[in-house]
Design a protein around this ligand. Structure first.
Ligand code: ATP
Ligand code: MG
Length: 751
């Protein structure tokens, strides 16, 4: 576990250390009145996570005290969610309804102690008597009833002699309490309703405030963790347990911030409205934030738990950007899933100069991912490409196929457009192309330059699949009602084409469809006759962040104050995440560099300043994340000898070959010390990179003649010695030789 404990774990540790408890017991206590959502996942992660971390137990308890809304179907969904997330509850599933007898006994005890009474005010008067925040309340005259009368009434309430709302049982606490919850809270109410487990046995049902603390006590719970809206209920929790003088140890309540996510809703009541009104297709609709929905969409348990970790546990409510959840699933799948090709909107391409067919070797994973595996991709005269990967009148910066511009077919050949075929309305129906026989991926000797590779499928072997594309459920960040639903949250593509290898896999697998996103075979609707894939998430955040500059949420602010220690990653704030996304998606920085910059406000602002002077995002980012970051650690920005535009200049000299990366470090050191411009430093110290073959060749020749033995070994097959020669040349030139040129020359000479 990480060094930095959240406040709940800090409390738990203290309580174990002080001997307050010998063993930790937590519980996850949902009301079975709907399917659990990702907010519940957070509660599950906290309660089960703490139990696991401290060798304790976590109970799963259905808080089923409201007969009119509960159902066994929801009980099953809750159990499924906990199991799917990888947790196991302690013993059997528990039910508050199993404790009804015991709870009733305690109620009688309170009455006998003169600490509870049956009130018979109508609802409106009762509300009026409660007072306001600034005014004390008034106690009902029924509070004067004798113990005997109260006992008699309570017994008859239980038996069902009264109508709903006629009487209630209240705790006798303090009608003038500053905490309004303490103004004689309700303990029981009359409900003539069939309970899904208790049947018709009871005509009264315990209120949350009475049932919850005592159920915790019955189960030996030590830490009763709930969300912030129960903060004021804590006084009742304590009052009941203390007043009943229960034998210790007793549980204590601790509150954390509820999870909210933008562009969606997160209460079971609102979700129920969407399901019942058929605005979505059931509780497991992949657009819903329910665990069942996320699961069906293709989210992994790991990604959800990771999300819960990255958002941390806070004491102030805030809304988390859904982009953060999407980031977590992308991050999880990136290293796990095979890349395959699927064309969503097929445009036929006939390759005029190709005859026959062949199978192309295609690795499932890119090189930077430590997984292996490949498949054969069939190729023949007719293929399909994505309609939007061809443009007759390309806009500036269009890198794909055009009448002038060839493109590479991923894992295959380069093709050139020869003719565009249109229907009578002018729609493009087919492209006639030619392939370049010596341009095959992996053995390309064609010398043709292309700017991108596109996905495609072979017409003869491709299979038709249905693809369901999901977008956000609501079109605004803080939806208020049904009118905010996003009408385009589901788009069904019936005639997508997929390469045949994908269909041979088991259905329960995820894929990256190249350049499209991550996809999952729909666990319900997928059949061999009609394969259906759900889009889990796109490859990058496609929702432009309008408000990247807005204040980070309170929660995030509190977290960024923590010091980051080795090996631990703190959650990113919204602002940091937005920067990270921009740096990786738009500026193409690698994750590590983007992470360093995004998490440090000083570095990111320095970086952006330098970018204004020279738009070389990658080179400048490397300098800032490595060299500048080091200086920043030691000095305040005002104490630095250099500014952003000098770093921009240094980057320019690297990019145009004036200096090598290695020399750049040396120049930077000097610049940090003296504040001199990099070009000046390079000039006075004579650090200009040597790229001229005429200068380098004699040096290389000399090294080769001095190291004949190694030359023999190299030629005999010890190819590792190549690096030795290059290193010698760099050494001989004080690191000024252009490594790329040296590489080429050494290769030539050792042939
Ligand atoms: P809802 O309004 O969605 O029905 P709830 O709080 O009524 O939520 P319960 O089934 O009573 O739902 O909650 C079970 C547990 O899950 C409780 O401990 C509750 O605090 C926690 N929980 C519910 N929603 C969230 C959330 N959005 N974030 C964190 N924890 C939550
Ligand atoms: Mg609820």
């Amino acid at each position: 576990m990480s060094e930095h404990k959240d406040f709940l774990r800090t409390i738990v540790e203290k309580d174990l250390k002080s001997g307050k408890y010998n063993r930790i017991i937590t519980r996850f206590p949902p009301e079975p009145n709907g399917f659990p959502h990702i907010g519940h996942a957070k509660s599950i992660a906290i309660n089960f996570g703490i139990a696991r971390d401290y060798n304790g137990y976590c109970n799963l308890r259905m808080d089923d005290t409201n007969p009119t809304t509960e159902d066994t179907r929801y009980v099953e969904a809750l159990k499924d969610a906990v199991e799917w997330l990888g947790f196991a509850w302690n013993g059997d599933v528990r039910y508050t309804s199993d404790y009804f007898d015991k709870l009733y006994e305690w109620a009688i005890e309170l009455v006998k102690m003169g600490k509870a009474y049956v009130d018979s005010l109508d609802e409106e008067t009762m509300r009026e008597y409660r007072g306001t925040v600034t005014e004390a309340g008034r106690r009902s005259k029924y509070a004067e009833r004798s113990v005997e009368e109260n006992l008699d009434l309570l017994e008859r309430m239980k038996k069902g002699e009264f109508k709903d709302g006629e009487h209630v049982l209240r705790a006798k606490i303090d009608m003038g309490a500053a905490n309004m919850k303490m103004r004689d809270p309700l303990l029981y109410r009359i409900r003539h309703a069939y309970h899904y487990r208790a049947g018709d046995t009871w005509a009264i049902y315990p209120m949350y405030d009475f049932g919850h603390c005592l159920s915790d006590y019955i189960e030996g719970v030590t830490h009763s963790i709930c969300t912030l809206e129960f903060e004021n209920n804590r006084d009742i929790y304590d009052w009941i347990l203390e007043t009943l003088k229960l034998e210790p140890p007793r549980p204590y309540q601790h509150e954390f911030a509820r999870l909210g996510i933008n562009y969606t809703v997160m209460s079971k009541r609102k979700l129920l409205e969407l399901v019942e009104g058929k605005y979505v297709n059931g509780w497991d609709d992949p657009r819903l934030p329910t665990i069942a929905g996320l699961r069906r969409r293709g989210y992994t348990p790991e990604s959800i738990l990771n999300f819960c970790d990255t958002i941390g546990i806070a004491k102030a409510n805030s809304t988390v950007d859904v982009a953060q959840l999407e980031f977590c699933i992308r991050d999880d799948l990136n290293t796990k899933v095979p890349r395959v090709m699927c064309v969503l909107d097929p445009l036929k391409v006939t390759i005029a100069n190709y005859e026959g067919s062949e199978e192309l070797d295609a690795p499932y994973y890119p090189e930077d991912i430590p997984k292996e595996g490949s498949r054969k991709v069939p190729f023949s005269k007719e293929i399909y490409i994505e309609r939007e990967d061809f443009s007759e009148n390309p806009p500036k910066g269009y890198y794909r196929l055009t009448p002038e511009q060839p493109v590479r077919l991923r894992h295959g050949y380069i093709i050139t457009c020869k003719e565009i075929i249109k229907d009578t309305e002018g729609n493009i129906t087919e492209i006639i192309a030619e392939y370049h026989p010596n341009s095959k991926s992996g053995s390309d000797t064609s010398g043709i330059k292309v700017k991108s590779a596109i996905q495609w499928v072979d017409a003869a072997s491709a299979k038709k699949v249905e693809v369901r594309l999901y977008d956000r459920l609501y079109s605004c960040e803080n939806p208020e009602g049904l009118e905010d639903l996003n009408p385009d949250s589901l788009k069904i593509v019936k005639d997508a084409l997929i390469e045949p290898a994908v269909l041979l896999e088991k259905p329960d697998v995820r894929f990256q469809f190249e350049r499209q996103g991550y996809f999952f075979a729909d666990p319900i609707d997928y059949t061999d006759a009609n394969p259906v894939y759900n889009k889990i998430v796109g490859l990058k955040d496609s929702w432009n962040k309008k408000e990247t500059q807005k204040e980070p949420a309170t929660q995030a602010k509190a977290q960024t104050k923590k010091v980051q220690t080795e090996g631990e990653t703190l959650p990113m704030s919204e602002r940091e995440l937005a920067l990270f996304t921009k740096y990786t998606a738009e500026l193409k920085l690698n994750n590590m560099v983007a992470d360093i910059l995004a998490r440090d406000e000083k570095l990111s602002s320095f970086y952006e300043e330098a970018l204004l002077a020279n738009n070389a995002p990658v080179t400048i980012a490397n300098l800032v994340a490595n060299e500048v970051a080091r200086e920043f650690k030691e000095k305040e920005r005002d104490a630095l000898m250099f500014n952003g535009s000098q770093i921009a200049e240094l980057a320019k000299m690297i990019d145009n070959g004036t200096i090598s990366n290695k020399i750049a470090k040396e120049v930077f050191e000097e610049m940090a010390k003296s504040g001199e411009n990099p070009s000046k430093i390079v000039e006075t110290k004579g650090l200009v990179q040597i790229s001229d073959a005429a200068v380098l060749e004699p040096i290389i020749d000399e090294i080769i003649s001095k190291n004949q033995e190694n030359v023999e070994k190299f030629k005999a097959g010890n190819t590792k010695l190549f690096g030795f020669f290059v290193g010698q040349v760099l050494k001989a030139t004080d690191g000024k030789a252009n490594p790329q040129v040296v590489n080429e020359l050494v290769a030539q000479k050792l042939k």
